[in-house]
Design a protein around this ligand. Structure first.
Ligand code: AHR
Length: 519
């Protein structure tokens, strides 16, 4: 049934819109809803491990080739073959950990293809991501070089699906044994006499799917067999990450854990994507709501998977890793052709999604070990976008800036917070403290409601503070190649009165308040 709009109500509506666009937003007290927040200064949850802000780079589309790595002879400005702008932006942001080379690609990657003189490396077909040929010019040494340039700890995803325990064991020896073994000496001959001391090793990826299509019982068997040989070489004890569930799928985690004997992986890799049924820059409010609501499910998955693991004997020794996460929108064929597979724009909505994710990681700091967004450059919810593999442009996306806003939380102690509205699209908050500072992050996922945040601090007081905000009224706003600074963080007013903090949070915004604690 169609609703008839009277002339009068239309006129009133138009007048209100006109007036609203002329006056400062804060005049419209009734368009803002008061949001009460309590931060419990003495209720400590755990450390916000810097690894919650980890990344993932796969041989997929133009993430590695053309994104991070352009080659030494490239017309794209580069440092030793690495895209210069990407290295600079990532080093500035700080990348605690970087997972490579996949994803699905990992279980079809044979590490020996990527060592030795580049001209002699085999050319291989990337079977997962479009059947194009890769020249293997980016291999183990190049990845370690990238990690050193951006300050990231390397995390190798090993091949279980099409590989063998011997192959993976040898990769670890090649990387970590100091000298005197044939593999260590080969590494030295390839230009790196010092061991790489790589700690993080994935034992397969999505072994329930592209990583071998195994049943959980079969994977438990494979894990047991592989892990026998994945040893400490030269004093670097490997941190082994088992392939975990797709989302909150206990039908994977439980039988896998039951299939182990005394073995306990150091980590288990859960993947949780937040799908979107629309192209990135054409989201409707309804589509956005659907996608953003899924972050409540990610939080539930963290809580439930943690509880499930803890239910096993010595299950608490297994670190829960949200190894691939982020928004996965509908791809645009033309963009994928020009820029690479799974190339996706990052909008204001994506930044809100990043904020919801990073906030929930803080809130569940005691339950998680590491979280890696998918992916770093040019693929899915990336932090940087280039205009194709040969493109000279490299922009920092809205997601990059969301990460920048959360950086002050790293290594601080997460605190319990309470909010008046706990619905999936209510105000999202997290807090962390050090001896000197208190850091609060707020996300307003509403498209049409500004929020007046009134935050009380319990057992904690502060003297002064400042805030930065990422905001755009348009949920589809993004940093394009012709407008790279459309959505960037700005200073934002905040009122600090002893143990009361107040600020206005416009619709679709991510804000971080950094406060000086009273000593
Ligand atoms: O990130 C893209 C793909 O998503 C990865 O290769 C795979 O692990 C997941 O299914």
């Amino acid at each position: 049934m169609s609703k008839k709009i009277s002339r009068r109500s239309f006129a009133e509506k138009t007048a209100a819109i006109t007036l609203a666009s002329l006056l400062p937003r804060s005049v419209f007290a009734d368009s803002s809803s008061p949001q009460r927040v309590v931060v419990h200064g003495d209720s400590e949850l755990g450390v916000v491990r810097p690894e919650f802000h980890g990344h993932f780079a796969e041989h997929l589309g133009s993430c590695v080739y053309g994104g991070l790595w352009v080659g030494k002879g490239s017309p794209v400005p580069n440092v030793e073959g690495y895209r210069k702008a990407a290295v600079e932006y990532l080093a500035t942001l700080g990348v605690p950990v970087l997972r490579w080379p996949g994803g699905c690609f990992a279980d079809d990657y044979h590490w020996r293809d990527g060592i030795g003189p580049a001209s002699k490396r085999p050319r291989r077909v990337n079977i997962h991501w479009g059947g194009y040929v890769e020249d293997n010019s980016f291999g183990t040494h190049e990845f370690i070089g990238l990690c050193r340039k951006i300050g990231a700890e390397p995390y190798f995803a090993g091949n279980v699906g099409s590989g063998s325990p011997e192959e993976l064991r040898d990769w670890i020896e090649y990387c970590n044994f100091p000298s005197g073994s044939t593999l260590a000496d080969e590494r030295a001959a390839n230009g790196s006499p010092e061991p790489f001391c790589v700690r993080y090793w994935g034992v397969g990826n999505e072994s329930w799917g592209c990583g071998g299509a195994m049943r959980p019982e079969e994977y438990a068997e494979a894990y047991r067999r592989f892990s026998v040989y994945l040893r400490e070489f030269g004093g670097t004890k490997p941190f082994l990450v088992a392939s975990g569930p797709n989302g909150n799928d206990e039908r994977w985690t439980r039988p896998f854990m039951e299939g182990l004997r005394w073995e306990r992986p150091d980590g288990i890799s859960m993947h949780y994507y937040s799908g979107g049924g629309t192209r990135s820059t054409q989201f409707t409010v309804e589509e956005m709501k659907k996608q953003l609501s899924s972050f409540a499910l990610v939080e539930k998955a963290v809580v439930q998977q943690r509880a499930l693991l803890d239910g096993f004997q010595r299950g608490s020794e297994v670190g829960l890793i949200v190894d691939e996460w982020g928004v996965w929108d509908q791809m645009v064929e033309e963009e994928e052709k020009r820029f690479g597979r799974l190339w996706q724009q990052s909008t204001m909505r994506s930044a809100v999604a990043a904020g919801l994710g990073l906030n929930l990681f803080n809130r569940q700091a005691d339950k998680i070990y590491m979280c890696n967004i998918a992916q770093m450059v040019n693929v899915l919810q990336s932090l940087l976008l280039t205009d194709g593999p040969e493109g000279q442009h490299c922009v920092r996306t809205t997601t990059y800036y969301a990460y920048e806003l959360f950086k002050p939380h790293r290594s601080k102690t997460a605190l319990r917070v309470e909010t008046s509205d706990t619905s999936p699209l209510g105000l999202s908050v997290s807090a962390s403290k050090s001896d000197q500072d208190l850091v609060l992050s707020f996300v307003n996922p509403q498209h049409d409601a500004d929020m007046q945040v009134d935050c009380s601090l319990r057992n904690l007081s502060v003297t002064e503070g400042s805030a930065r905000i990422l905001h755009d009224n348009d949920l589809n706003a993004y940093n394009g190649f012709d407008n790279p600074d459309r959505v960037t963080p700005k200073q934002h007013p905040v009122t600090v009165e002893g143990s009361r903090i107040r600020l206005e949070l416009p619709s679709l915004s991510v804000a971080t308040v950094t406060l000086r604690r009273k000593t």
